[in-house]
Design a protein around this ligand. Sequence first.
Ligand code: TMP
Length: 204
Amino acid sequence: MINKFISFEGVDGVGKTTQIDLFLKKLNENNLSYDLFREPGGTVLSEKIRNILLDNSNQISDITETLLFLTARSDLVNKKLLPKLEKNESYIICDRFLDSTLAYQAYGRGIDLDLINSITNAVVETVVPSTTFLLDCHIDISIKRLGKKDRMESAGKDFLSKVKHGFLELALLSKNRYVIIDANKSISEIEDLIWGHFQKRYLK
Ligand code: TMP
């Protein structure tokens, strides 16, 4: 049986938050219980790390940034995700997870992919989503949607293009887990696509 752990991924501005909200509404309407987490975040420690990572006034080297994201993940996995997955009661919905570190810090920043993979394996152990919805749209559309930019969002178009490309490569490497969603479509079309895949994978 597949686990009930689902992550949502994509570059900043792709519409991930809107779609997660709509997906959770659908889960509610269908009386399906869930817990929502975001990364980095979800525990007291990880939320503090999030603030450090996103604060524009902090200068952080690429390797420090990578280790901070992984530290935040480790705390979330140990304190929240692992206990919940073991109970297997509710769906666990995560706004970003391990793929973001591979896409942003390996493909985007240029940190060694194998290094991130090996620390990630130690951090997450068995806690891997059974489905990762990757929202993908034209980079100019996502950049246009960004409002006041945090430290990560300020990295620029070239960086976000590398991240987008990284996500698509990662999707090819984990075809069973990834579902690529064309996020150039309308909000309701995207919502229907995600719900359709969810029904097929978990409710049939
Ligand atoms: P959010 O804006 O989607 O909440 O994500 C926070 C930012 O952190 C976003 O710009 C993506 C970035 N990020 C990474 O660079 N690496 C990671 O491992 C995670 C989880 C997020």
